[in-house]
Ligand binder design. Structure first.
Ligand code: NAG
Ligand code: NAG
Ligand code: NAG
Ligand code: NAG
Ligand code: NAG
Ligand code: NAG
Length: 396
């Protein structure tokens, strides 16, 4: 009798475990979470939200996640450990856990989404074996560089956003090869809006769709050969902006408000499928780094204090041309071939005072957009990123 009873019990608990592992679970206590420790695979949805007694979530037996785990607004949570989790088609989102300081998923290789947003105490994010993530977001965390194990196996991502991490000074993902969606890196390494920013090195990256880069101190994209949508590099402290292997940009290329920039070099670039926008770069006096550029499908739009502009191979500018320089040394006749190849309205002028890059506001829309961008503080960066696209049709 006894053996039968105990195997019944076993069956029963197995049945419960199976259910729990596929359920929609909204945990209201630590016991609800403890009930999931039996799951080696979880296909349900687990929400852990607002449990103030909770200090740690640890599910060491969990190996596979096809469902979702959402952990939000647990004011005393310090640790998330999913040490057994390997491959997963599911999602993990961690929002508003103000004391969360350690996220450890050391055996994770693939996952659909991993989003860590507003975790100002986060010090350690260990993803030592991660290879691919569909959507990866690390925003508004306390991460600095000591707390990131090298993600050297990380190769593929669809969308990746790393922004508003005030202590993060260097982002280096050497194996990352393909970004099929968006790359956003902005407002890292800026304490209270001050500071220099962060360096970004993606030495193996060959292609990205949409790329928005801000507040950088160094940028290395030595292997990048195609940007299928837009590339913008704004408000950085870079002296040189270069992508030595880049051949095509599918939409807009924009380089705006980089205070120290003196050299732009895209030596292999042959076509831009949208606008080329270069504006408000204080130190930029010469733009001659587009030796092979043939075609600009949008507008060629330039504002600045440059004296020397050359596009030796440009033979088609489909969207018109608006080039205004504040310098008296600028000679528009150097662009006469470009101008002749431009469809629609063309403007080229030297000694235009309002084109001079400045920190004071002028009344044009460029300045207004730039100011709104500057005012974009914590949390607003993602929204602010859309603003620049408005500049593309500017002034024609
Ligand atoms: C995080 O907190 C902010 C502000 O308190 C709130 O607007 C947002 O909805 C919260 N997000 C989640 C996922 O709980
Ligand atoms: C970069 O790519 C090359 C060629 O695909 C590969 O051999 C190398 O291991 C990659 N580097 C890293 C750090 O993954
Ligand atoms: C600009 O940078 C490119 C690439 O590093 C370099 O080849 C070129 O000489 C630089 N131009 C100037 C004027 O410094
Ligand atoms: C413009 O560039 C050419 C060659 O790059 C150089 O010889 C010339 O001095 C430059 N002119 C000005 C005004 O900077
Ligand atoms: C130019 O850039 C500076 C800083 O990068 C910014 O303060 C200023 O508002 C910008 N000006 C315009 C006219 O966009
Ligand atoms: C790329 O980003 C810009 C700016 O956020 C946006 O307007 C555009 O729709 C994006 N393009 C794609 C293909 O996602």
């Amino acid at each position: 009798m006894a053996p039968i009873a105990s195997s019944l019990l076993l069956l029963l608990s197995a049945a419960i475990a199976v259910n729990v592992c596929g359920n929609q679970v909204v945990a209201s206590s630590e016991a609800d979470i403890a009930a999931l420790t039996a799951c080696s695979s979880f296909s349900g949805s687990l929400t852990i939200s607002g449990i103030s007694s909770l200090t740690a979530v640890s599910l060491p037996g969990l190996q596979s996640l096809t469902g979702t785990i959402k952990i939000a607004s647990n004011p005393h949570l310090t640790t998330l450990a999913l040490d057994g989790l390997q491959s997963s088609t599911g999602s993990i989102t961690l929002y508003n856990n103000t004391l969360l300081s350690i996220v450890s998923i050391p055996n994770l290789q693939t996952i659909n989404a991993l989003e860590i947003v507003t975790a100002p105490s986060l010090r350690q994010l260990s993803l030592a074996n991660v290879q691919s993530i569909n959507s990866f977001k690390v925003e508004d965390t306390g991460l600095d560089n000591s707390g990131i194990l090298p993600w050297s196996s990380f190769q593929k991502v669809n969308d990746i956003g790393i922004s508003n991490n005030k202590f993060l000074k260097a982002i280096d993902i050497p194996g990352l090869n393909t970004i099929s969606g968006r790359l956003i890196v902005a407002a890292n390494g800026l304490l209270e809006g001050k500071g220099e920013g962060a360096s970004l090195r993606l030495s193996n990256l060959t292609s990205v769709s949409n790329c928005t880069l801000r507040h950088l101190t160094d940028l290395q994209l030595p292997s990048l050969s195609a940007v299928s949508s837009s590339l913008s590099v704004d408000e950085t402290n870079l002296k040189l902006i270069t992508a030595p292997q880049l051949k095509t940009v599918g939409q807009t290329l924009s380089i705006v408000s980089n205070n120290l920039l003196s050299n732009i070099s895209f030596s292999e670039l042959t076509s831009i499928g949208g606008a080329l926008l270069i504006a408000n770069n204080t130190e930029l006096t010469s733009v001659d780094g587009f030796a092979k550029l043939k075609e600009i499908s949008g507008v060629l739009n330039m504002r600045g204090d440059f004296s020397n502009v050359s596009f030796p191979q440009v033979s088609s500018v489909q969207g018109g041309m608006s080039v205004l320089s504040s310098s008296k040394d600028f000679d528009c006749s150097t662009l006469s071939k470009v101008k002749a190849s431009a469809r629609g309205k063309t403007i080229c002028q030297a000694q235009v005072k309002s084109a001079k890059p400045t920190n004071s506001n002028s009344d044009d829309s460029l300045s207004n957009s730039a100011v709104s961008l500057m005012n974009a503080k914590k949390g607003a960066v993602w929204a602010a990123i859309g603003l620049l696209s408005g500049l593309v049709s500017y002034a024609l």
